[in-house]
Each structure stands twice: as C-alpha cells, then as structure tokens.
Design a protein around this ligand. Structure first.
Ligand SMILES: [Zn+2]
Length: 310
C-alpha cells in the first residue's frame, strides 16, 4: 500500500512491490494539507504509450501538497516490464494485455498480480484517471472513454470527469472485459480512460493534453481550488467498433484517425508478400475513425482500425 505519506502536506516517492514478481511500480503519494477525497492517477498501463507516462511524472512533480485538498496517488509507470521491453499491448512476463486483466488475481500470472496490486490502491481511492494513448504502432486522435456501468451517480461523475478533461471526443463505453474503468465501476469508483499520443512518440502536445486534463479534473472535483478550464461541447459516441485482421498480411490503411467513413467504405488492404490482395477491409460502421494500426506487419486477428459511432 502506498502509505508512507501518511502525514498531511507531504509528498512521498516509492515503489509499489507486486508480490510474487520482481515488478516495482514507481509512485508518488501526494497528501494534501487539507482533507478531501483520493484520486488514483495511472500512466503506462501500456508500456509504449509514452505521453501518459510523461504526464504522470509531470503531474507528480507539479502537484503542491500545500494547495491540495485530499490525496493523489500517482503511478508513474504501471507496467515497467512492457515499457523496458519496448512492447506494445503486451507484458513480456506473461504475454498478457494488462488492461484486460483487471481486477486481477494476486495468485495469478504477472499481469494478473500487477492488476490486483493496482486495484489494491484503487480501493483507497474515490476516483481514477487511467492515462493511455495510441501504442507504438497505433495512429490515434485523442478521445476519452468513460464507463456506462455502475450507479447513476458513478456514471454521471465519470462523464463529468471526461468532459472536464477537455478532449472533445467522448466514448460512453458499455465496457471492455478486464479493462480499468469497468473494474473501477464494479467497485463504485468513477473512472475515465483518456487517450492522447500515438505511434511510440513522446509528443509534448499529447503530454500537455493529459496534464491539462488531470488538473482540470482536480479543479472540478475540488482537489484544487478554482474552476476547470471551460471547454466547448463534446461529441459523445456510444459505440466503438473495432475491425480486426482476418489473417496475417501486409497492411495498407486507406483511412486515418479523424476521417469520416460510411459503412462499406474501403478502410485498407491486406496483401501478401508479393503485393497480391488478400483482403479488402471495409468499415462496418458509419462514423469517425479514431484509431488505425500503423504497422506494415499485421498478425491474424490484430486490430486494424476503430470507428466511433453515435
Ligand atoms: Zn493503452
């Protein structure tokens, strides 16, 4: 438990140990001088999503305990094996996607134990922001997911957090099994998953979107005095439809994040090593493309693109 900073008005750094593994998750525990709720902030659940990791480090550095009402637990790098292994999606210790392992299992594989350790922190928290982005081979336009699960109060708070974060595309998600915000909703904790950044770049603009979003949510929830930045109206999508590869192949996307597509539009081609077409991949949905795979190499069942629809 990140409990070293038990004194109000202090900031304590340490490592969360994950029992049964060698994994140590660097954290900062910021205890405000004034009482208030607890927010868990995580970066790097996926090791190749660099702006969210850099944003966690920046927020932990900038938060002033003397100005803070309540407590913010920052997990700077939640999946160190994936980060150091330069892995997208997967934890090299067990080949699992950590964001499909929540709420985890303290007796399970490495990712399941890490997920359980994070949930142990979440049990102390009233809110969770889990920062993501496009992974090493993902192009992406920023968006924020909030869960459509839990009580009306939990859902409403999560939506308000997502709006305050400031990214104008929102996804009301009916859930991804094993995902962070779904596990949080099960525990009655409002959670959001903002996505900013792409293709393995440490982009300062994408990082700044995360940092500003976190501070705006802290203002919204009363951790910091003052109002969040006003934002223009958001587009709320209720479905995100993923298309996956029917087979291994060389991927030539014809659409890119931010494009509008109609159902049946050609989204890309999979061809073989000689350039002969294996599959013309078409959008199943009308909507906005939020993500495309940027890798030329595509494995069977790999994600190719996602379209968000109202
Ligand atoms: Zn991610």
């Amino acid at each position: 438990m990140a409990q070293a900073g038990t004194v109000a008005g202090t900031k304590v750094r340490g490592y969360l140990e994950v029992p049964g593994t060698q994994v140590e998750i660097p954290y900062t525990d910021v205890r405000g001088a004034a009482d208030g709720p607890t927010l868990l902030l995580s970066g790097g659940v996926h090791g190749g999503e660099y702006p969210g990791i850099a944003a966690a480090i920046e927020v932990a550095s900038r938060l002033d305990p003397q100005q803070l009402h309540g407590r913010v637990i920052v997990l700077h790098l939640t999946n160190p094996p994936a980060f150091w292994g330069k892995m997208q999606y997967w934890n090299p210790l067990d080949g699992k996607n950590l964001n499909r392992c929540f709420p985890g299992d303290p007796e399970g594989s490495a990712s399941e134990r890490m997920a359980a350790r994070v949930i142990q922190e979440l049990r102390q928290a009233n809110y969770w922001i889990d920062m993501h982005g496009g992974d090493i081979h993902e192009e992406l336009v920023p968006f924020t997911i909030f869960s459509d699960h839990g009580s009306a109060e939990v859902r409403e708070t999560a939506e308000n957090m997502a709006r305050a974060y400031g990214i104008p595309r929102l996804i009301r998600s009916s859930s991804v099994a094993g995902g962070s915000y779904a596990a949080a909703a099960e525990l009655g904790v409002p959670a959001i998953l903002p996505e900013s950044g792409q293709v393995g770049q440490l982009d300062p603009v994408a990082q700044a979107i995360h940092v500003q979003g976190v501070f705006d949510v802290l203002h919204l929830l009363g951790f910091l005095s003052g109002d969040p930045t006003p934002h223009s109206a958001s587009q709320v999508y209720t479905r995100m439809v993923w298309s996956r590869a029917s087979q291994q192949g060389f991927w030539r996307p014809k659409v890119h994040p931010g494009d509008r597509v109609a159902a049946g539009d050609l989204a890309g081609i999979l061809h073989d090593a000689y350039g002969d077409t294996l599959d013309e991949v078409r959008s199943q949905e009308a909507g906005e493309v939020l993500f495309t795979a940027s890798s030329f190499a595509i494995g069977d069942d790999d994600p190719l693109f996602a379209v968000a629809a109202p």
